[in-house]
Design a protein around this ligand. Structure first.
Ligand code: G3H
Ligand code: 13P
Ligand code: ZN
Length: 321
Protein backbone atom coordinates (compact mmCIF):
# COMPACT_ATOMS: atom_id res chain seq x y z
CA UNK A 1 0.00 0.00 0.00
CA UNK A 2 1.42 3.46 -0.87
CA UNK A 3 1.84 6.25 1.68
CA UNK A 4 -1.42 7.82 2.70
CA UNK A 5 -1.89 11.57 2.69
CA UNK A 6 -2.61 13.24 6.03
CA UNK A 7 -5.17 15.39 4.20
CA UNK A 8 -7.39 12.32 3.82
CA UNK A 9 -6.64 11.08 7.33
CA UNK A 10 -7.49 14.47 8.88
CA UNK A 11 -10.79 14.74 7.01
CA UNK A 12 -11.89 11.32 8.24
CA UNK A 13 -10.66 11.91 11.79
CA UNK A 14 -12.48 15.24 12.06
CA UNK A 15 -15.67 13.61 10.82
CA UNK A 16 -15.31 10.62 13.14
CA UNK A 17 -14.23 12.71 16.16
CA UNK A 18 -11.13 10.65 16.78
CA UNK A 19 -7.49 11.70 16.84
CA UNK A 20 -4.57 10.36 14.85
CA UNK A 21 -1.54 9.24 16.79
CA UNK A 22 1.67 10.79 15.48
CA UNK A 23 4.41 8.61 16.91
CA UNK A 24 8.12 9.40 16.59
CA UNK A 25 10.29 6.84 14.84
CA UNK A 26 14.02 6.59 15.49
CA UNK A 27 14.83 2.93 14.85
CA UNK A 28 13.46 -0.37 13.62
CA UNK A 29 12.06 -1.61 16.92
CA UNK A 30 10.04 1.55 17.51
CA UNK A 31 8.70 1.43 13.96
CA UNK A 32 7.72 -2.23 14.25
CA UNK A 33 6.06 -1.67 17.61
CA UNK A 34 3.98 1.24 16.32
CA UNK A 35 2.94 -0.38 13.06
CA UNK A 36 2.19 -3.79 14.58
CA UNK A 37 0.02 -2.24 17.31
CA UNK A 38 -1.85 -0.08 14.80
CA UNK A 39 -2.30 -2.98 12.42
CA UNK A 40 -3.75 -5.19 15.14
CA UNK A 41 -5.99 -2.35 16.31
CA UNK A 42 -6.91 -1.36 12.72
CA UNK A 43 -5.81 2.22 13.37
CA UNK A 44 -4.52 4.72 10.80
CA UNK A 45 -1.19 6.15 11.88
CA UNK A 46 1.23 9.01 11.32
CA UNK A 47 4.91 8.13 11.60
CA UNK A 48 6.92 11.20 12.35
CA UNK A 49 10.59 11.78 11.93
CA UNK A 50 12.52 14.57 13.60
CA UNK A 51 15.73 16.18 12.44
CA UNK A 52 17.43 14.32 15.30
CA UNK A 53 16.00 11.00 14.09
CA UNK A 54 17.36 11.69 10.62
CA UNK A 55 20.75 12.44 12.07
CA UNK A 56 20.68 9.36 14.29
CA UNK A 57 19.41 6.74 11.86
CA UNK A 58 20.28 8.21 8.45
CA UNK A 59 17.34 9.36 6.26
CA UNK A 60 17.88 6.55 3.77
CA UNK A 61 17.65 3.86 6.46
CA UNK A 62 14.48 5.44 7.83
CA UNK A 63 12.94 5.66 4.39
CA UNK A 64 13.72 2.02 3.62
CA UNK A 65 12.47 0.86 7.02
CA UNK A 66 9.20 2.70 6.47
CA UNK A 67 8.90 1.24 2.98
CA UNK A 68 9.30 -2.18 4.57
CA UNK A 69 6.62 -1.39 7.12
CA UNK A 70 4.26 -0.20 4.41
CA UNK A 71 4.84 -3.36 2.41
CA UNK A 72 3.87 -5.69 5.25
CA UNK A 73 0.69 -3.92 6.33
CA UNK A 74 -2.42 -2.53 4.73
CA UNK A 75 -3.32 0.12 7.32
CA UNK A 76 -3.05 3.76 6.17
CA UNK A 77 0.36 5.20 7.06
CA UNK A 78 1.44 8.83 6.61
CA UNK A 79 5.01 10.07 7.05
CA UNK A 80 5.60 13.49 8.54
CA UNK A 81 8.65 15.65 9.32
CA UNK A 82 8.44 16.59 13.00
CA UNK A 83 9.73 20.05 14.02
CA UNK A 84 11.34 21.03 10.73
CA UNK A 85 13.52 23.98 11.67
CA UNK A 86 14.28 25.46 8.25
CA UNK A 87 12.90 25.86 4.75
CA UNK A 88 15.83 23.81 3.45
CA UNK A 89 15.07 20.80 5.68
CA UNK A 90 11.38 20.90 4.77
CA UNK A 91 12.24 21.12 1.06
CA UNK A 92 14.63 18.20 1.38
CA UNK A 93 11.95 16.03 3.00
CA UNK A 94 9.34 17.06 0.43
CA UNK A 95 11.80 16.15 -2.34
CA UNK A 96 12.35 12.78 -0.64
CA UNK A 97 8.62 12.06 -0.81
CA UNK A 98 7.26 13.07 2.60
CA UNK A 99 3.57 13.90 2.25
CA UNK A 100 3.54 16.10 5.33
CA UNK A 101 6.09 18.42 6.96
CA UNK A 102 6.09 20.65 9.99
CA UNK A 103 7.82 24.00 9.88
CA UNK A 104 8.35 25.08 13.46
CA UNK A 105 8.79 28.84 13.50
CA UNK A 106 7.13 29.14 16.90
CA UNK A 107 10.19 30.80 18.43
CA UNK A 108 10.07 33.60 15.82
CA UNK A 109 8.02 36.78 15.98
CA UNK A 110 4.58 36.35 14.33
CA UNK A 111 5.50 38.02 11.03
CA UNK A 112 8.70 36.01 10.58
CA UNK A 113 6.98 32.76 11.58
CA UNK A 114 4.21 33.45 9.03
CA UNK A 115 6.69 34.40 6.32
CA UNK A 116 8.71 31.20 6.80
CA UNK A 117 5.61 29.06 7.00
CA UNK A 118 4.16 30.59 3.80
CA UNK A 119 7.41 29.89 1.97
CA UNK A 120 7.24 26.20 2.98
CA UNK A 121 3.52 26.02 2.14
CA UNK A 122 4.12 27.46 -1.34
CA UNK A 123 6.74 24.82 -2.11
CA UNK A 124 4.87 21.96 -0.41
CA UNK A 125 1.56 22.59 -2.15
CA UNK A 126 3.25 22.49 -5.54
CA UNK A 127 4.52 19.02 -4.62
CA UNK A 128 1.38 17.47 -3.15
CA UNK A 129 2.61 17.84 0.41
CA UNK A 130 0.81 19.39 3.37
CA UNK A 131 2.26 21.60 6.08
CA UNK A 132 1.83 21.90 9.84
CA UNK A 133 2.75 25.23 11.38
CA UNK A 134 3.06 26.19 15.02
CA UNK A 135 1.95 29.31 16.80
CA UNK A 136 2.63 30.04 20.46
CA UNK A 137 5.42 28.54 22.51
CA UNK A 138 5.14 25.39 24.56
CA UNK A 139 5.74 25.63 28.28
CA UNK A 140 7.83 23.23 30.24
CA UNK A 141 11.25 21.93 30.62
CA UNK A 142 12.19 19.46 27.94
CA UNK A 143 15.93 19.66 27.67
CA UNK A 144 16.31 21.01 31.19
CA UNK A 145 19.62 20.38 32.88
CA UNK A 146 20.87 16.93 32.15
CA UNK A 147 18.86 16.42 28.98
CA UNK A 148 20.32 16.73 25.55
CA UNK A 149 19.07 19.18 23.00
CA UNK A 150 17.99 22.60 24.05
CA UNK A 151 16.20 25.39 22.32
CA UNK A 152 12.67 25.00 23.62
CA UNK A 153 10.93 27.78 25.46
CA UNK A 154 10.62 27.43 29.20
CA UNK A 155 8.27 30.32 29.68
CA UNK A 156 5.60 29.47 27.18
CA UNK A 157 3.21 31.69 25.25
CA UNK A 158 -0.29 30.37 24.70
CA UNK A 159 -1.69 30.54 21.17
CA UNK A 160 -4.01 33.52 20.73
CA UNK A 161 -7.28 32.65 18.93
CA UNK A 162 -7.26 35.78 16.71
CA UNK A 163 -3.63 35.26 15.80
CA UNK A 164 -4.38 31.63 14.92
CA UNK A 165 -6.98 32.83 12.41
CA UNK A 166 -4.62 35.43 10.98
CA UNK A 167 -1.78 32.89 10.74
CA UNK A 168 -3.87 30.28 8.93
CA UNK A 169 -5.31 32.84 6.51
CA UNK A 170 -1.96 34.48 5.80
CA UNK A 171 0.01 31.26 5.26
CA UNK A 172 -2.53 28.77 3.89
CA UNK A 173 -1.05 26.23 6.31
CA UNK A 174 -2.95 22.93 6.48
CA UNK A 175 -2.89 22.32 10.23
CA UNK A 176 -1.76 24.26 13.27
CA UNK A 177 0.07 23.15 16.39
CA UNK A 178 -1.16 25.07 19.42
CA UNK A 179 0.31 25.97 22.78
CA UNK A 180 -2.28 25.47 25.51
CA UNK A 181 -0.11 24.44 28.44
CA UNK A 182 1.37 21.43 26.67
CA UNK A 183 5.11 20.83 26.68
CA UNK A 184 7.68 18.33 25.47
CA UNK A 185 9.57 15.69 27.39
CA UNK A 186 9.18 13.78 30.64
CA UNK A 187 8.98 16.82 32.93
CA UNK A 188 5.87 18.69 31.90
CA UNK A 189 3.83 19.61 34.92
CA UNK A 190 4.37 19.97 38.61
CA UNK A 191 1.43 18.64 40.58
CA UNK A 192 -2.09 18.70 39.21
CA UNK A 193 -1.77 20.97 36.21
CA UNK A 194 -3.91 20.58 33.13
CA UNK A 195 -4.18 21.70 29.54
CA UNK A 196 -6.07 24.96 29.02
CA UNK A 197 -9.11 23.46 27.33
CA UNK A 198 -10.96 26.79 27.38
CA UNK A 199 -8.15 28.28 25.30
CA UNK A 200 -8.37 25.36 22.91
CA UNK A 201 -12.12 25.85 22.55
CA UNK A 202 -11.60 29.57 21.90
CA UNK A 203 -9.04 28.83 19.17
CA UNK A 204 -11.34 26.30 17.54
CA UNK A 205 -14.32 28.69 17.70
CA UNK A 206 -12.33 31.57 16.24
CA UNK A 207 -11.31 29.39 13.29
CA UNK A 208 -14.90 28.26 12.70
CA UNK A 209 -16.24 31.82 13.02
CA UNK A 210 -13.64 33.00 10.50
CA UNK A 211 -15.01 30.56 7.94
CA UNK A 212 -12.09 28.13 8.17
CA UNK A 213 -14.40 25.25 9.05
CA UNK A 214 -13.48 22.28 11.21
CA UNK A 215 -9.79 23.18 11.00
CA UNK A 216 -7.30 20.51 12.16
CA UNK A 217 -5.31 21.41 15.27
CA UNK A 218 -2.26 19.55 16.53
CA UNK A 219 -1.29 18.76 20.09
CA UNK A 220 2.44 18.43 20.67
CA UNK A 221 3.87 17.19 23.92
CA UNK A 222 1.00 14.77 24.44
CA UNK A 223 2.83 12.11 26.41
CA UNK A 224 1.26 11.23 29.72
CA UNK A 225 4.51 10.12 31.38
CA UNK A 226 2.85 7.07 33.01
CA UNK A 227 3.77 6.86 36.67
CA UNK A 228 4.02 3.07 36.64
CA UNK A 229 6.57 3.17 33.84
CA UNK A 230 8.62 5.89 35.54
CA UNK A 231 8.55 3.82 38.74
CA UNK A 232 9.67 0.72 36.85
CA UNK A 233 12.58 2.62 35.31
CA UNK A 234 13.64 3.81 38.75
CA UNK A 235 13.09 0.39 40.33
CA UNK A 236 15.65 -0.99 37.90
CA UNK A 237 18.29 1.64 38.47
CA UNK A 238 16.96 4.72 36.67
CA UNK A 239 16.91 8.13 38.25
CA UNK A 240 13.95 9.95 36.74
CA UNK A 241 12.17 12.57 38.79
CA UNK A 242 8.91 11.15 40.10
CA UNK A 243 7.39 14.45 41.21
CA UNK A 244 6.50 15.67 37.74
CA UNK A 245 3.68 14.61 35.48
CA UNK A 246 2.65 14.42 31.86
CA UNK A 247 -0.62 15.44 30.26
CA UNK A 248 -3.44 13.50 31.95
CA UNK A 249 -5.05 11.11 29.49
CA UNK A 250 -8.43 12.58 30.37
CA UNK A 251 -7.18 15.95 29.06
CA UNK A 252 -6.08 14.34 25.81
CA UNK A 253 -9.53 12.87 25.40
CA UNK A 254 -11.14 16.29 25.86
CA UNK A 255 -8.61 17.84 23.48
CA UNK A 256 -9.49 15.16 20.94
CA UNK A 257 -13.18 15.92 21.20
CA UNK A 258 -12.41 19.65 20.94
CA UNK A 259 -10.59 19.26 17.64
CA UNK A 260 -6.99 18.20 18.24
CA UNK A 261 -6.82 15.87 15.30
CA UNK A 262 -3.15 14.97 15.46
CA UNK A 263 -1.64 14.05 18.81
CA UNK A 264 2.16 13.79 19.07
CA UNK A 265 3.67 11.14 21.30
CA UNK A 266 7.36 10.42 21.67
CA UNK A 267 8.40 10.54 25.34
CA UNK A 268 6.02 7.75 26.44
CA UNK A 269 7.57 5.46 23.82
CA UNK A 270 11.05 6.31 25.07
CA UNK A 271 10.01 5.60 28.65
CA UNK A 272 8.44 2.25 27.78
CA UNK A 273 11.52 1.19 25.85
CA UNK A 274 13.84 2.25 28.66
CA UNK A 275 11.82 0.46 31.36
CA UNK A 276 11.89 -2.82 29.46
CA UNK A 277 15.60 -2.63 28.74
CA UNK A 278 16.48 -1.70 32.32
CA UNK A 279 14.42 -4.62 33.61
CA UNK A 280 16.29 -7.11 31.41
CA UNK A 281 19.66 -5.70 32.45
CA UNK A 282 18.77 -5.59 36.14
CA UNK A 283 17.38 -9.12 36.21
CA UNK A 284 20.01 -10.58 33.91
CA UNK A 285 23.27 -8.68 34.27
CA UNK A 286 24.96 -11.33 32.14
CA UNK A 287 22.69 -10.66 29.16
CA UNK A 288 24.39 -9.26 26.08
CA UNK A 289 22.28 -10.39 23.13
CA UNK A 290 20.56 -7.19 21.86
CA UNK A 291 17.53 -9.22 20.78
CA UNK A 292 16.98 -10.20 24.41
CA UNK A 293 16.50 -6.58 25.49
CA UNK A 294 15.31 -4.90 22.30
CA UNK A 295 12.64 -7.59 21.88
CA UNK A 296 10.96 -6.90 25.25
CA UNK A 297 11.41 -3.17 24.61
CA UNK A 298 9.52 -3.50 21.33
CA UNK A 299 6.75 -5.48 23.03
CA UNK A 300 6.33 -2.84 25.74
CA UNK A 301 6.19 0.02 23.22
CA UNK A 302 3.65 -1.96 21.20
CA UNK A 303 1.35 -2.38 24.21
CA UNK A 304 1.66 1.33 24.99
CA UNK A 305 0.73 2.30 21.43
CA UNK A 306 -2.17 -0.16 21.53
CA UNK A 307 -3.46 1.53 24.70
CA UNK A 308 -3.14 5.00 23.17
CA UNK A 309 -4.94 4.24 19.91
CA UNK A 310 -7.64 2.19 21.60
CA UNK A 311 -8.37 4.08 24.80
CA UNK A 312 -7.08 7.62 24.41
CA UNK A 313 -7.10 8.64 20.75
CA UNK A 314 -10.01 6.34 19.81
CA UNK A 315 -8.71 5.83 16.28
CA UNK A 316 -8.70 2.04 16.67
CA UNK A 317 -11.07 0.44 14.18
CA UNK A 318 -10.95 3.45 11.83
CA UNK A 319 -8.23 2.28 9.42
CA UNK A 320 -10.66 1.45 6.67
CA UNK A 321 -13.32 4.16 7.16
O1 G3H B 1 9.21 17.09 20.13
C1 G3H B 1 10.24 16.54 19.81
C2 G3H B 1 10.28 15.07 19.65
O2 G3H B 1 10.14 14.44 20.89
C3 G3H B 1 11.50 14.65 18.91
O3 G3H B 1 12.61 14.75 19.73
O4 G3H B 1 14.28 16.04 18.42
O5 G3H B 1 14.97 14.47 20.27
O6 G3H B 1 14.09 13.58 18.09
P1 G3H B 1 14.09 14.72 19.08
P1 13P C 1 6.17 14.28 24.04
O1 13P C 1 7.52 14.72 24.48
O2 13P C 1 5.14 14.66 25.03
O3 13P C 1 6.10 12.84 23.69
O4 13P C 1 5.84 15.11 22.69
C1 13P C 1 6.31 14.66 21.46
C2 13P C 1 6.15 15.70 20.41
O5 13P C 1 5.50 16.71 20.56
C3 13P C 1 6.82 15.45 19.12
O6 13P C 1 6.67 16.52 18.26
ZN1 ZN D 1 6.61 18.39 19.32
Amino acid sequence: MPLTHTRELFAKALKGKYALGAFNVNNMELLQAIVEACEEEKAPVILQISKGARQYANPVYLKKLIEAAISVTNIPIAVHLDHGDSYELCKQCIDEGFTSVMIDGSHLPFAKNAELCKKVVDYAHKHDCVVEGELGQLVGAQHDDGEEGGGYSKGGVYTHPDEAVQFVKQTGVDSLAVAIGNSHGAYKFKGEQHLDIERLKAIKKALVDAGLGDYPLVLHGASSVPKDIVREINQYGGQLGEGTAGVPEADIEIARRTGCTKVNIDTDLRLAMTAAIRKVFAEGPKEFDPRKYLGPARTKVKELVRHKVRNVLCCAGHAFD
